[in-house]
Design a binder for this molecule. Structure first.
Ligand SMILES: [Zn+2]
Length: 332
């Protein structure tokens, strides 16, 4: 009997040391910029002997892509971390040559001089975080809590209007030129966006694939009742992670469409893959891409597309940035 008690005791100690070990690593990973889900994914997928390396390289979208949906073997991990280190060394050399003052942000893409104090503040609060990520987060205001520092969005931006957790539409805002999608699915869109969607639906049909709208324009009041219904079930905190507050839904712009199904599995369909690679040719962007949740404030939504016109859509697609980042740097 004593032996059994002793064994349980030992198992308990092992269990708790494992929990505090992974807790500790989750803390380290979230500190360098990963979300809790991403940190858990890394802890589950990256072998423990490489975990420290994963933390030392800082926030890395390459790592997230590398482990996503795959079971990599040890050799692949070895190669991955060797490659990353080599590339980082090269980057460091470049910075030494070009950066001869103290401003470590200045030579980075999308640097905005007015934001320098906030970059530094965020860096001090999150030492080791990737500098490019800090620039992205601060540029889109994500150094502030969601739904704080909210401003009325600039309606003059027209087809490039920005709606997110910091930029809202007035409750009486209703876009002009809304037209019904008819045979192409549920709801209404602004005429130019509808025309682009129709063209896209016709072209994907030639590939033997099929898309339709399952949700498009939503008025302020309909978003308000959707949001309030969820709040009754899940409370504000959880609801805010998946549903927009009224005035903050991009669906109120009439430029947005949810395609085929609002389910994570949609990402695995041929339609979703085609859209991810071709929608920009019609002026649409995947508005909430994978691994950009810190920046957009939304989890990956493979079904949610936003019309911004061909030129901007192409730029965003080719440069792999979000609309929030594009807006902050080029349109604000
Ligand atoms: Zn949507």
């Amino acid at each position: 009997m004593k032996k059994v008690v002793f064994l349980i005791f030992i198992c308990g100690i092992l269990y708790f040391s494992y929990i505090s070990f992974s807790d500790n690593n989750i803390k380290k990973l979230t500190k360098i910029g990963y979300s809790k889900n991403q940190a858990n994914l890394i802890i589950n997928k990256v072998p423990s002997k490489y975990l420290e390396k994963a933390i030392n390289i800082g926030y890395s979208e390459k790592l997230l892509d590398f482990i996503d949906n795959k079971n990599n073997n040890l050799k692949e991990f070895e190669d991955f971390f060797n490659n990353i280190n080599n590339n980082n060394d090269k980057d460091d050399d470049k910075n030494h040559n070009t950066n001869n003052n103290n401003n470590k942000f200045k030579n980075k893409a999308y640097y905005i001089a007015d934001n320098l104090d906030r970059y530094n503040k965020y860096y001090n609060e999150n030492p080791g975080m990737d500098l490019n990520l800090i620039i992205s987060l601060v540029n889109v205001n994500a150094d502030y809590k969601f739904y704080t520092n909210v401003v009325n969005t600039d309606l003059d931006k027209d087809l490039l209007i920005l709606v997110n957790k910091y930029n809202k539409l007035p409750s009486n805002y209703e876009p002009k030129n809304l037209v019904s999608l008819g045979d192409y699915g549920i709801g209404k869109m602004i005429d130019v966006a509808k025309e682009a969607f129709v063209q896209m639906a016709e072209d994907i049909k030639k590939e033997g694939l099929y898309i339709k709208s399952i949700s498009s324009y939503r008025s302020y009041s309909s978003q308000e009742s959707i949001y309030n219904r969820y709040v009754k079930i899940d409370g504000v905190e959880i609801t805010d992670t998946y549903s927009a507050r009224p005035g903050h839904s991009e669906h109120q712009t009439g430029l947005t469409v949810d395609i085929n199904m609002v389910e994570d599995e949609f990402a695995n369909t041929k339609e979703a893959k085609w859209l991810a690679n071709n929608a920009h040719k019609y002026g649409f962007i995947l508005r909430y891409p994978k691994n950009k949740e810190h920046i957009t404030g939304y989890s990956y939504e493979p079904w949610h597309f936003r019309y911004v016109g061909k030129e901007v859509a192409k730029f965003i697609y080719e440069n792999d940035i979000t609309f929030d980042e594009y807006y902050a740097y080029y349109l604000k």
